[in-house]
Design a protein around this ligand. Structure first.
Ligand code: XMP
Length: 326
């Protein structure tokens, strides 16, 4: 029988044996995997773990706070927060092409994380404590996909990680390598990771940056965040969180349509709801949400979100549509 508590005990011992008295670094993304991996390593080595959270300003309402406050409060993890919101906005100014956005967001993320990692490594070294390990939230399906399916070791040898430069070398600590997603969630709950994080649906690394069709500006982000918060709230209230795989909410910032609100004509932007059902995100079907839930979401978004005068539903399966719009 699978049991979260004994998985935790085993991994804690394995991590302690490997890490010894060295230091460990972890990049938190706000997602399930990196959070649970960090919580597990923290249980094993306590304050010898330092987590870095790069706030790129592309998370949804409340998600940065869930990491910075709730996660820290419930796990006791030592967290360094880098506020890079302005930097990302500047780098993304004027960019409309989806691939270009992804490249910029990925590149800036590595640069900001690299600088933060150097600071942490440098400070620790000055105190005589080398940082030799980096936590990764790799799951069993990722291991199989990359062709390394058999081993149960939770440590891989030194190699260049995620685009970090050669002089920043770490051995990887991957305590979730043997686990499936549902098991990771159970381990997370057992470790006291906040439910908002444990049950978070898949969310792309480039975040809201690829859910704005058009330019990523502070204003467009605020509009999308407000609409997304309403959709998520209503889906949760209707008990649909675990029925749908995920529900991207997309702002068509480059599209306007005519509407009538109050006593005047408006010329606003559409919001797209993209609820999908899926097993693994490789294929997906659009979720037949109850009409009354859709109606509530639509009414609330058009009433409450400035600049939005229309809500539309994406009824495309994958293929031919991808789950995300960019
Ligand atoms: P698509 O849009 O390709 O998405 O059907 C499939 C799944 O992957 C997520 N996704 C991403 N996740 N970085 C990520 O970490 C990305 O750049 C990215 N793009 C898409 C998407 O949310 C869906 O779950």
């Amino acid at each position: 029988d699978w049991d979260a508590a004994s998985v935790i005990d085993e991994q804690v011992e394995a991590i302690r044996a490997t890490v010894g008295d060295k230091r460990v670094l972890c990049a938190l993304s706000g997602g399930v995997d990196s959070s649970v991996a960090a919580a597990l390593v923290h249980k094993a080595v306590g304050d010898r773990l330092t987590c870095v959270f790069v706030d790129h300003g592309l998370l949804r309402e409340g998600e940065a706070e869930a990491v910075e406050r709730e996660f820290v409060a419930s796990t006791g993890v030592h967290l360094v927060v880098v506020d890079a919101r302005e930097r990302f906005l500047t780098a993304l100014a004027g960019v409309r092409d989806p691939e270009e956005k992804r490249k910029i967001i990925g590149r800036e993320f590595i640069r900001v994380f690299e600088q933060a990692a150097r600071d942490v490594v440098g400070e620790a070294a000055a105190e005589g404590h080398p940082v030799e390990f980096l936590v990764q939230g790799t799951l069993y399906p990722d291991v199989v996909e990359s062709g390394g399916g058999t081993g149960t070791a939770n440590i891989k040898s030194h190699h260049n990680v995620g685009g970090l430069p050669d002089d920043l070398q770490f051995a990887l600590v991957e305590p979730l390598r043997d686990l499936f997603k549902d098991e990771v969630r159970k381990v997370g709950l057992e470790l006291g990771v906040p439910e908002a994080i444990v049950w978070r649906q898949p969310f792309p690394g480039p975040g809201l940056g690829i859910r704005i069709v058009g330019e990523v500006t502070a204003e467009n982000l605020a509009t999308l965040r407000a609409a997304d918060q309403i959709a998520r709230h209503e889906l949760t209230a209707a008990g649909l969180d675990r029925t749908i795989w995920q529900c991207p909410v997309v702002l068509l910032a480059d599209v306007r349509s005519v509407g009538v609100q109050g006593d005047g004509r408006t010329y606003g932007h559409p919001i797209v709801l993209r609820p999908v059902s899926s097993e693994d995100a490789m294929t997906a079907d659009w979720t037949r949400l109850p009409y009354d839930v859709l109606a509530t979401i639509s009414t609330r978004i058009t009433n409450e979100v400035d600049g939005v005068n229309r809500v539309t539903l994406d009824v495309t399966s994958k293929p031919p549509g991808t789950i995300e719009w960019e």
